[in-house]
Design a protein. Structure first.
Length: 284
């Protein structure tokens, strides 16, 4: 029996097991953290535009399908058929000297992310860094860091004007190795992103195809964006934009129809921007 002094008759203090029980329960909760608990966080952060559905597994190893919507009150939604698989764990970032601990996130998605993507998050003095590369061992270092294949119809789920345009075609995203850093609340992006769209067509045009397009994003001290269409495109688009830390995106471009295609593209040009004669001025 234990007396008021908290000691047993033998004079020894009893073993307090409840702190160890709480620690064990906490470790079990962390290890088995349901992935479904993360879905509301992503929906809130994206204002309902990017959501996880059919979530399975844990925070550390699971899968879910990506759904794009126009927001919390939107009735438009598009879901990718292939699930996104992820694996999260600690590692050492050997790109630094000496190597530093980092959190590694590996992503795979059949058909859309065939080579895999690895994200390395590392704490830095006064901030953090996020680096993206191909999943280790999948491709030589000379290849792009990762590429994504997505259908243009996916964007219809984002609401206006995408649901009006009803775009269809093939879209490929290619990233060179990039690094996103945050220091004292300022974001800095170093890397390259190219988006290629082929065989584009729209519901608001009678043409079987609008053309092919490329959007290039380059980042150093500031982000620069260039948009251009192929010379054979029926809908010809070009524009440039830039973004600096603490400022808004600035983009100025124009769209016009190739000779002989004016009537077929008139409605589309009205939607894309402000009409100025035979062209549409795009300002963001």
């Amino acid at each position: 029996m234990t007396g008021w002094s908290g000691r047993t008759r033998s004079g020894r203090r009893p073993l307090r097991v409840w702190p160890w029980c709480l620690l064990g329960a906490w470790l079990a909760l962390v290890a088995l953290f349901p992935a479904s608990w993360c879905a509301p966080w992503l929906a809130h952060a994206s204002q309902g535009r990017v959501q996880l559905v059919e979530v399975r597994g844990t925070l550390w190893h699971g899968q879910a399908k990506l759904m794009l919507t126009g927001g919390a009150e939107s009735r438009e939604a598009t879901t990718l058929a292939a699930p996104l698989h992820w694996r999260v764990g600690g590692t050492w970032d050997d790109r630094t000297v000496p190597p530093k601990p980092a959190l590694a996130v590996q992503l795979h998605m059949k058909d859309h992310l065939p080579h895999g993507l690895q994200l390395l998050w590392r704490h830095e003095p006064g901030g953090w860094s996020l680096q993206a590369t191909r999943a280790s061992g999948t491709e030589p270092s000379s290849a792009p860091a990762w590429d994504v294949q997505l259908p243009m119809a996916l964007w219809s789920g984002l609401g206006a004007p995408w649901n009006t345009l009803q775009l269809q075609g093939d879209m490929a995203l290619q990233f060179a190795p990039y690094l996103l850093t945050a220091q004292a609340g300022r974001l800095r992006f170093d890397g390259e992103l190219d988006i290629q769209v082929k065989h584009l067509k729209s519901r608001v045009s009678t043409l079987p195809q609008l053309g092919s397009y490329q959007l290039s994003l380059r980042g150093q001290d500031e982000l620069t964006l260039t948009l251009q269409s192929s010379p054979q495109s029926a809908l010809r688009v070009q524009g440039q934009g830039q973004w600096s830390p603490g400022q808004r995106w600035q983009f100025q471009g124009e769209a016009l129809a190739a000779p002989g295609r004016e009537a077929a593209l008139s409605n589309l040009l009205n939607i894309m921007g402000r009409r100025d004669g035979d062209r549409s001025v795009i300002t963001l």
